[in-house]
Design a protein around this ligand. Structure first.
Ligand SMILES: [Zn+2]
Length: 82
């Protein structure tokens, strides 16, 4: 199945990749904020390496953090893509 969005094709795989990137970003952000880093700074820092983290590592961090449902900005952390 393919979804059209504003004339751009987004495949299911593309959606899954975006989902896992958003998830990685928000999980890393949450970790940094819990470590005492300012949320805006955490966001900037997370962008530097969120994309580089393997999904298993993101899952580990997510569990370590107690499976947070929201990021420090109050946005939903997507559930793991299966
Ligand atoms: Zn952010």
């Amino acid at each position: 199945m393919e979804k059209r969005d504003g004339g751009i094709f987004i495949t299911d795989e593309g959606i899954r990749e975006m989902n896992s990137l958003v998830r990685a970003h928000r999980v890393v952000e949450t970790l940094l904020v819990r470590a005492g880093i300012d949320p805006d700074k955490a966001c900037e820092l997370a962008k530097m390496f969120d994309y580089a983290l393997p999904e298993e590592v993101v899952d580990r961090l997510y569990e370590y953090l107690g499976k947070p449902s929201k990021c420090p900005h109050g946005k939903d952390i997507p559930s793991p893509s299966s």
